[in-house]
Design a protein around this ligand. Structure first.
Ligand code: MN
Length: 748
């Protein structure tokens, strides 16, 4: 990090003024009404309020609200109310001014948004999972009241991510993790695709700086060849569109670094194969919305006259837009070099919606526009979940997250009604989506007139009917076949309602028994009972009692009295005669407690002849050389995860303060287990060549080898003990150079 040279007060003043003028210029060029006066006042107010305060990077604090307002205006397309709220967003949080002050100066609307932003400040996540869930609920609640709160919060997060470099490493991981876990999916759900992509890229850049630079360099290297292929492909199309008299803008679509990497990782492909997928985007001018569809299809027809169409890969998002508002026509054709190329066709209006999401809808609002109701439907789902929050904070988060990430399918009811569901949704999801009562009594589904079980996954375009029966009783296990939060929430609520009379009956039985046996009804006693009967909480205990699944008897008295602290005479005297103080756990020599870890410092991962000072998580099996982070577990030891491990994503997002930045410091004597997957064309002697290469040539310790050969193809899974990631990479590269091997990659 190079620190910027210190500016004189005059230079600084000019820098601030320039930044503000730029913001104002952008606003004046937008389609919004020109309410400059209030924006200027908000700027002066915020500037004065933050006077003398600096950001971590050293620049005056006011530069941050200006930048946030600029993102809100230019990149999200918001108007003067939001610009003012963005300029003022940290005033209540960081200075002595109150929401009432803001209301007095700027009116109730701006004050309300600033209030919403203040409530959810300090990151969505605090230190405890329950607090985090609570904050997240607040965020979503304020969002369902005024979506602008969340849009400005997005702008705030984007600017913080752009300037993340000046933060301490452990804070960086926390913020980057949180961004990837919650904000990027939220941006996606709101249709803010450009922001979503940038958030992902920035998170990735901070978590894997080396890989990021590597991919960046490779993109630059292949630039010339790519643009040659693109112009070969696009020139004939352009000529044709010009003949048709269509006004348009065509460009090669660039894949983001993060999405390239994701594809390389999930499909185990080398960079070249991922990046050789080209895409073109055509954005046409059209003032009459009624003509858009026809123009899209005439462009489609022009392209398919020139190139061979990939059947089954045409996507019409015009007639049924995605739930986040996305509209376009996609098709895939065979390019001149034999590669498949995707072409996206959109009008300028559709493009703006694709880039700026729902904010852009306001600009094109027409009467009681359909698109707005889509957003409202989603916000209603969120409210629905919030009305019935899960008792378990982590469950609540992952339920919501699932809904943020899901891509959609559209199915039809027998009456022809369209229902949008996340992909992977089953008949049960639909049943509960339609109505709790239908869900609770569903027995089977009819998909395209064929009888299917409830857990059947639905596909876009399916016509689905849910069959019900009065005598059917819903089961808790159904949850395993549901993907929507709404369905799960409704099922749990329904089950709770069904159980309630039994729980009440069991509760009365429990109280009577406790009184009869002189036992207190306190936490200690109930916890002990829960432990004995293996139930999770008091309700479950009462339910089991009420349903006669368990019985209370004299055998419980001894452990319960002990738990309640009512000692029995005999035992006490026995202990005294032995004359020893009994401390549990001293019998076996417990490992010495590790020194407390300071999360502010980089933790050196030591591994030498004496052992290791960290534990390897078994979810992602990192080895030295991988980009990893440490998580300080309950016993104080450091557990390491790969930065991109799904488990680590959750840890980063929920236990930010327990994340520690790490550095490998091993002497190479320690060995770690790595799993390698190899695929190829079976030919005589190829497996001998591979095993020979591994065991003799490279001197690697092979632990296990599983081979499966069928027809002409073989798959091999290999476990080796190595000192670090470089050895594995080298091994994969060498294996791949064996003739016939098509794939050799490490599996995490
Ligand atoms: Mn801020």
């Amino acid at each position: 990090m190079d620190t910027p040279p210190r500016l004189t007060p005059e230079q600084e003043e000019k820098m601030i003024q320039d930044a503000f003028d730029e913001l104002l210029d952008g606003y004046l060029r937008s389609n919004h009404r020109k309410k400059v006066e209030i924006i200027e006042r908000a700027f002066l107010f915020a500037k004065d309020a933050h006077k003398g305060v600096r950001r971590r990077s050293g620049e005056p604090y006011i530069m941050h609200p200006i930048a946030v307002a600029r993102i809100a205006s230019r990149e999200i397309g918001l108007g003067s109310t939001s610009i003012c709220a963005a300029l003022l967003h940290d005033v209540v949080e960081d200075t002595d001014y109150t929401v009432e002050d803001i209301e007095q100066h700027f009116g109730p609307k701006i004050a309300q948004i600033v209030d919403g932003l203040t409530k959810i400040s300090g990151g969505i996540f605090g230190d405890k999972a329950s607090v985090q869930a609570e904050n997240f609920r607040k965020l979503l609640l304020t969002m369902s009241e005024d979506i602008r709160v969340v849009l400005i919060k997005m702008a705030d997060r984007l600017h913080n991510m752009r300037t993340l470099g000046s933060m301490a490493p452990n804070k960086r991981y926390k913020i980057a993790g949180e961004t990837l876990y919650i904000y990027a999916p939220l941006a996606h759900r709101l249709g803010l695709f450009a922001i979503k992509t940038e958030l992902e890229d920035l998170s990735f850049k901070h978590e894997h700086p080396d890989i990021y630079r590597d991919i960046q360099a490779k993109i630059q290297e292949s630039e010339a060849r790519r643009s040659a292929v693109y112009s070969d492909f696009s020139e004939p199309i352009k000529t044709k569109l010009d003949q048709l008299g269509i006004e348009y803008d065509a460009k090669a679509r660039l894949k983001s670094i993060y999405s390239i990497w994701r594809k390389m990782e999930t499909k185990h492909l080398p960079f070249e194969e991922v990046y050789d997928l080209y895409a073109m985007r055509i954005i046409f001018k059209c003032d009459d919305q009624a003509k858009e569809k026809a123009i899209c299809w005439s462009i489609y027809s022009a392209i398919t006259d020139l190139y061979q169409l990939h059947p089954g890969r045409t996507r019409d998002w015009i007639v049924t837009p995605k739930a986040n508002g996305y509209q376009a026509l996609h098709l895939t054709v065979m390019g001149p070099d034999g590669n498949w190329i995707e072409v996206q066709i959109r009008s300028e209006r559709m493009d703006e919606i694709a880039e700026k999401g729902f904010a852009a809808h306001w600009k094109y609002k027409i009467g009681d526009g359909d698109e707005e109701s889509e957003l409202n439907a989603w916000l209603k789902t969120i409210k629905d979940i919030l009305d019935n929050p899960e008792p378990n904070a982590m469950d609540f988060l992952s339920t919501l997250k699932l809904n943020l990430f899901a891509t959609e399918i559209v199915v039809f009811t027998p009456s022809g009604e369209l229902v949008t569901l996340p992909s992977g949704a089953t008949v049960l999801d639909l049943a509960f989506e339609l109505h709790s009562e239908i869900g609770m009594h569903s027995i089977a589904g009819k998909v395209n007139h064929k009888l299917v079980p409830l857990q059947t996954e639905l596909k876009s375009g399916d016509q689905v009917e849910v069959l019900t029966s009065k005598t059917q009783v819903a089961l808790p296990e159904w949850e395993n076949f549901m993907v929507t939060a709404k369905a799960r929430t409704r099922l749990r609520k329904g089950l709770r309602a069904m159980r309630q009379p039994v729980v009440v009956k069991g509760g009365e039985m429990l109280s009577t028994w406790l009184i009869d046996n002189d036992l207190p009804d306190n936490n200690k006693v109930i916890t002990k009972l829960q432990g004995i009967f293996h139930v999770a909480n008091r309700d479950d205990l009462c339910y089991a009692l009420g349903a006669d699944e368990i019985v209370l008897g004299d055998f419980l008295l001894k452990p319960l009295r002990k738990a309640a602290g009512i000692e029995e005479k005999g035992i006490l005297s026995k202990l005294i005669t032995i004359g020893k103080k009994v401390v549990p756990g001293t019998a076996k020599s417990a490992p010495a407690a590790p020194d407390p870890v300071n999360p502010k410092k980089i933790y050196k991962l030591r591994s030498d002849a004496e052992g290791t000072n960290f534990r390897i998580s078994d979810c992602c099996n990192p080895i030295p050389g991988d980009d990893v982070m440490g998580f300080i577990s309950d016993d104080g030891s450091v557990e390491i995860h790969r930065l991109d491990c799904p488990e680590a994503q959750i840890l980063k997002a929920t236990y930010g303060s327990r994340i520690v930045a790490t550095e490998w410091d091993t002497d190479g004597e320690q060995r770690f287990l790595a799993h390698i997957h190899i695929e190829g064309l079976d030919r005589h002697g190829i497996l001998q060549e591979i095993t020979h290469l591994i065991s003799t040539h490279l001197g690697i310790d092979m632990r296990k080898l599983e081979i499966e050969a069928s027809d002409k193809v073989f798959h091999a899974d290999l476990w080796v003990r190595v000192s670090d990631a470089d050895v594995v990479n080298d091994l994969c590269a060498r294996t791949k150079s064996i003739q016939g091997v098509t794939l050799a990659t490490r599996i995490h």
